[in-house]
Ligand binder design. Structure first.
Ligand SMILES: NC(=O)c1ccc[n+]([C@@H]2O[C@H](COP(=O)([O-])OP(=O)(O)OC[C@H]3O[C@@H](n4cnc5c(N)ncnc54)[C@H](OP(=O)(O)O)[C@@H]3O)[C@@H](O)[C@H]2O)c1
Length: 220
C-alpha cells in the first residue's frame, strides 16, 4: 500500500512509519519543519499540517494515518501547551477538505462512546488542566471526521507507554489507572486494521488484555 503518515515524528507516528516500512509499504512521512527526522526509508515532506493548502497538496496514498496530537511542556496536566488548543480538529477539517481515500487516526480512550468506559480516577484525569483541553479537541475532531465522506477509523487507546515487547491488543471494556498499551502495539494495530480493509470493525477502546492472548499481533 501507499501510506501517508501525519505526525510521523511523534511516539506513535514513528512506529507507524517504521512498521509500515518493515511490512513493505511505500511510506510518505509528514512532519513539521522543526520536527525530528522520522525513521529512515520513508519519503519525508515537511510543512505545517495546520495550513489547509499544505494538507491539500499532500500526496495522500491508499491509507492516511494521522498521529498528530497536542504536545505539553511536561506530563504534568497543567503544564504549558506547546501546540494550538484546536490542533487536531484543525487537522481534521483540513483532511476532510483533502479527501484521503481512507483515514486511520489516533483519538484517545475516553472520547466519544468510550467515555462511559472510564474508571472514576481516569474520568478526573481526562478533565484536568491541559489534558482536558486535549480531550475537548479530540471530541470535536471525532465529530468532524464522523461526518467525512471517506472511511475513517478513530483509534482510542488507553494510556500509552514506550515498551516494545509483543502484546495482545484489542477491545477492552474499561480504562482504569493500570490500563496501558505500548505505542508500538497501537501502531501495529493501526496497520493491521488498515491492511484488513474497511471490513474490520474498530473497538470503542483499544488496550491490552488477557482475553486477547489468542489474537496477539505478531508485530505488536
Ligand atoms: N499519552 C497518552 O497516554 C495517550 C493516550 C491515548 C491517546 N493519546 C493521544 O495519542 C496522541 C499520540 O500520542 P504520541 O505519544 O504519539 O504523541 P507525541 O509523541 O506527543 O506526538 C505528537 C505528534 O504531533 C505533532 N504535533 C504537535 N504539535 C503540532 C503542531 N502544532 N503542528 C504539527 N504537528 C504537531 C508532533 O510533532 P513534533 O514532533 O514536531 O512536535 C508529533 O509528531 C496524543 O497526542 C494523544 O492525543 C495519548
Amino acid at each position: 500500500m501507499k501510506v501517508t503518515v501525519l505526525g510521523a515524528s511523534g511516539g506513535c507516528g514513528r512506529w507507524v512509519v517504521e512498521l509500515a516500512l518493515e511490512r513493505g509499504h511505500d511510506v510518505t512521512a509528514v512532519v513539521r519543519p522543526t520536527s525530528a527526522a522520522p525513521p529512515d526509508g520513508a519519503e519525508v515532506i515537511r510543512g505545517e499540517v495546520t495550513d489547509l493548502e499544505f494538507v491539500r497538496s499532500l500526496p495522500l496514498g491508499d491509507v492516511t494515518f494521522c498521529c498528530v496530537g497536542q504536545r505539553r511542556r511536561s506530563l504534568f496536566p497543567w503544564s504549558r501547551l506547546l501546540s494550538p488548543p484546536d490542533l487536531v480538529q484543525t487537522v481534521a477539517r483540513h483532511l476532510v477538505a483533502a479527501q484521503p481515500k481512507r483515514l486511520v487516526w489516533i483519538s484517545a480512550g475516553g472520547v466519544g462512546t468510550s467515555r462511559e468506559r472510564l474508571r472514576f480516577p481516569i474520568t478526573l484525569m481526562v478533565r484536568a488542566g491541559r489534558v482536558g483541553t486535549g480531550y475537548a479537541d479530540l471530541e470535536v475532531a471525532e465529530s468532524i471526521l464522523d461526518g467525512a465522506a471517506f472511511p475513517t477509523t478513530a483509534v482510542r487507546p488507553v494510556t500509552l507507554t514506550n515498551g516494545t515487547a509483543p502484546q495482545p491488543v484489542g477491545a477492552v471494556e474499561r480504562f482504569g489507572l493500570t490500563s496501558t498499551v505500548h505505542r508500538r502495539s497501537v501502531a501495529a494495530w493501526m496497520l493491521d486494521h488498515a491492511e484488513a480493509g474497511t471490513r474490520s470493525v474498530p473497538p470503542a477502546l483499544l488496550g491490552t488484555s488477557r482475553a486477547h492472548r489468542s489474537m496477539a499481533l505478531p508485530g505488536g
